[in-house]
Design a protein around this ligand. Structure first.
Ligand SMILES: *Cc1c(COP(=O)(O)O)cnc(C)c1O
Length: 426
């Protein structure tokens, strides 16, 4: 099946007389005829549903669809994107281990790594997304367990060379985890470039309507865990009667452990209701991404044209020919990157605020990457505690406006920008 067909058909195959649409199974628990049948489920000897913290038929169907879209062997949905990023690392790292991460990552992920997981004893080294093979290799330590990066970073819109990062990670015997939230599997499938694990905040384009928080971890099934570094996967787990994940589950070892170990102990599962909403969004993902990309390209080109007036000071969009990552973006994402454009307006912080308050269609919201055009000024909102110099250090300039181009009629979006620009002095 083509990926566009998978968006609609994958993951759910109703039998004769069953509902055509994935039903919401609003039940925490499932009935069995014998204690033995249920015991086999607990021992991981049989597969089936027994408690919604671990698996639920609605959630399961959507997990299978997402695994199919990314080309993986299995997926686990989580309550948010934050939970997915946390689990992707905690599944193979414990106190005393070390992780290498691109510095161009979502602010929430940066705090999770740099503060919360560090406090739990996991060490992090942050590297430039533009690292050469030598620079990346130099960050490795004896105890490094994985490398983490974003395909297209939020909000800096940097593009990472997935192939280069994967090659260096593999040469050091560790997997590459990619947060593919902004590109979506429609525009980029990181496994095809060597990534081993993919995570998403499904709250963004995958849901697409800004109605349900969620996250997902997807396993490519390609990484060979049996190299002496991942004893949690290759030696018996006493909390599951001595099951060894790589022996019992083959190339689905990572994703099986994530569910049976982390979901069992920590929760953070997606609710059946939210999985249903997410699935509705996924059905139109390919249509929406096409429009997000074409609208964002037109917005970026329009803004670039306005630089001559002096009102727009710079524009960043990986789809612009003038962008330093244009060629890399085309290699990873031949159909375009995403719908988010960032730019600066004349007058720095004050200019940005004045411009945003002049917009009528584009709403000021924290969210990004959904059907409605929205806008955020990190320096006065999400990053407002930081000084101008601290902002520059994390790649967010004081005048940066993150413009998330929706799927409305393009002329209306551009007219809205025009009238807001008219309100700031030339
Ligand atoms: C929003 C976002 C997250 C966090 O996801 P939530 O669903 O908000 O928890 C992680 N990574 C990226 C790239 C994001 O944009």
């Amino acid at each position: 099946m083509h990926i566009n067909t998978k968006c609609i058909q994958a993951g759910y195959n109703p039998a004769n007389g069953e509902p055509r649409v994935v039903p919401i199974v609003q039940s925490t628990t499932y009935k069995y005829e014998t204690a033995g049948a249920m015991g086999d489920l607990f021992d991981l000897k049989a597969s089936g549903f027994f408690y919604t913290r671990l698996a639920n038929p609605t959630v399961d169907a959507v997990e299978q669809k997402l695994a199919a879209l990314e080309g993986g062997v299995g997926a686990v949905l989580t309550s948010s994107g934050q939970a997915a990023s946390m689990y992707s690392v905690l599944n193979i790292c414990k106190a005393g281990d070390h992780v290498i991460s691109s510095s161009a990552i979502y602010g929430g992920t940066f705090n999770l790594f740099n503060k919360t997981l560090r406090d739990l004893g996991i060490d992090f080294t942050f590297v430039s997304p533009d690292s050469t093979e030598e620079e990346l290799a130099a960050a490795f330590k004896e105890n490094t367990k994985c490398v983490f990066a974003e395909t297209v970073s939020n909000p800096s819109l940097d593009v990472v060379d997935i192939e280069l990062f994967a090659n260096v990670a593999h040469a050091h015997g560790v997997p590459l985890i990619i947060d593919n939230t902004f590109a979506t599997p429609i525009n980029c499938r990181p496994f095809e470039f060597g990534a081993d694990i993919v995570v998403h905040s499904t709250s963004k384009y995958l849901d697409g309507h800004a109605c349900a928080l969620g996250g997902v971890v997807i396993d490519s099934g390609n990484f060979n865990w049996d190299n002496g570094k991942f004893l949690m996967l290759t030696t018996p787990d006493e909390t599951y009667h001595g099951v060894t994940y790589t022996q019992s589950f083959g190339n689905a070892a990572y994703i099986t452990k994530l569910r049976t170990h982390l979901m069992r102990d920590m929760g953070c599962m997606m609710s059946p209701q939210n999985a249903f909403y997410l699935n509705l969004g996924l059905e139109t993902l390919f249509l929406r991404m096409e429009r997000h990309v074409s609208n964002a390209t037109k917005v970026a080109e329009f803004l670039e044209g306005q630089m001559a007036t002096g009102k727009i000071t710079w524009v960043n969009y990986p789809g612009l020919k003038s962008n330093p990552k244009y060629e890399l973006a085309r290699k990873l994402m031949p159909a375009g990157s995403c719908g988010v454009v960032s730019f600066g307006v004349k007058g720095g912080r004050e200019g940005a605020i004045k411009f945003m308050e002049g917009l009528k269609i584009a709403a000021i919201v924290t969210h990004v990457a959904d059907a409605r055009t929205c806008v955020l000024h990190p320096a006065s909102t999400t990053h407002r505690q930081l000084s101008d110099s601290e902002l520059e250090a994390c790649g967010v300039s004081p005048d940066l406006i993150r413009f998330s181009v929706g799927i409305e009629y393009i002329d209306d979006i551009i007219d809205d920008i025009k009238q807001a620009l008219d309100k700031i002095e030339g």
